[in-house]
Design a protein around this ligand. Sequence first.
Ligand code: HEC
Length: 175
Amino acid sequence: MHNTYFTLPVLFVMLSNHYAMIYGHQYNWLILVVLSLAGALVRVYFVARHKGEASLAPLLISALLVLGVSAAIIPRPVEIMNTSNSPADAEFSRIEFIIKGRCASCHSTEPTQAGFTAPPKGIVFDTAKDIANQAETIHQQSVASKVMPIGNLTNMTEDERALIDAWFRAGARTE
Ligand code: HEC
């Protein structure tokens, strides 16, 4: 019977790499239920074996449950391109600087970009208010679809797009 003492420690050694993911997980209660079930099945196996009528089925099901939990809680790659940028890095002065540098050469009342006599589609980023009011389209064009800057003529970097993303997700504030 001493085998049962090993059940839980063994499970947690198998899962030790995921430990923080377990208690921090959105479905931690469900994970706990499944892991307890897996533990109980191992116990069922050892009890049966002790009586000399062991079937491997409980052990296999238990292993599958543990594997299933592990697979389910493996962290997914986040869609944000650069997670090292926190919203604090995306303070508005930086966002304004980026938009002025990468977008406003075309999107301003008096475009400086050669060949542009008027802002394309009438879209201008002259003031902080212009930028804030159009935060969603800016995000859509320069982060989600990356069609802007058109042909990336102004050489916008991935890092700048990530900053716009962080700023937008944090509420597109202007202070
Ligand atoms: C080199 C010039 C140029 C630069 C730089 C530029 N754009 Fe544009 N933008 C255009 C042109 C041209 C159009 C019109 C495209 C069209 O007609 O489909 C446009 C259209 C848009 C539109 C309207 C899209 C729509 O479908 O209605 C938005 C929003 C926009 N740009 C945002 C930006 C943002 C944000 C940046 C900077 C990250 C930027 N643009 C940089 C030239 C530019």
